[in-house]
Design a protein around this ligand. Structure first.
Ligand SMILES: O=P(O)(O)OC[C@H]1O[C@H](OP(=O)(O)OP(=O)(O)O)[C@H](O)[C@@H]1O
Ligand SMILES: O=c1[nH]c(=O)c2nc[nH]c2[nH]1
Ligand SMILES: [Mg+2]
Length: 162
């Protein structure tokens, strides 16, 4: 039997929307710098970090590699790679905070970094310094790199099923 998850809503994000939101995040970050560089939290933080690096004209980019999910199932975080220093003057980027588990680990590694994400759910929100859009805790965000186009049921049919 498939494992159940706490996600009742789907929030699909297109490449265009992600690009626009990453640029919007840059506008919120520009006056908070200057930044020595960016630390991207892989893998989800890589695309937002690339867009933000382009907009802020930052070429020094490092990674912290952390994995906390198997698809929608949360588990023990695995840290595959850390980074030197305390993060002072660095921008730390991820795609989102959900439970805040990943953020808690990375903030401990880089306590002085400025942590920014595009999306935040309520449980993780207090751990983020700057973000763009909040979605509810029971929403799963579908990023464009994780999906492909497929048939979707007409609303009338979904409605009839209740
Ligand atoms: O706030 P949390 O509950 O920790 O969830 C947020 C984290 O989960 C996802 O990463 P994931 O572990 O799926 O790895 P990935 O970035 O390699 O896809 C996402 O990219 C965040 O890093
Ligand atoms: O693609 C994703 N969407 C989410 O909503 C989420 N929450 C934790 N990790 C996530 N990954
Ligand atoms: Mg991640």
């Amino acid at each position: 039997m498939a494992e159940s998850t706490p996600f009742n809503r789907a929030f699909p994000v297109s490449w265009e929307e992600l690009h626009r939101n990453a640029k919007a995040l840059t506008w919120r970050l520009i006056d908070k710098g200057p930044w020595k560089g960016i630390v991207a939290i892989t893998r989800g933080g890589l695309v937002p970090a690339a867009i933000i690096a382009r907009e802020l004209e930052i070429r020094l980019i490092d990674t912290v590699c952390v994995s906390t999910y198997d698809h929608q199932n949360v588990r023990e975080s695995v840290v595959l790679k850390g980074v030197e220093g305390d993060g002072d003057g660095w921008l730390l980027i991820d795609d989102l905070v959900d439970t805040g588990k990943t953020a808690m680990i990375v903030r401990k590694m880089l306590p002085k970094a400025h942590f920014a994400t595009i999306y935040a759910k309520p449980a993780g929100r207090p751990l983020v310094d700057t973000f763009i859009t909040e979605v509810s805790q029971d929403t799963w965000i579908y990023f464009p790199w994780d999906v492909e186009p497929q048939f979707s049921q007409p609303v009338a049919q979904l409605h009839r099923k209740g």
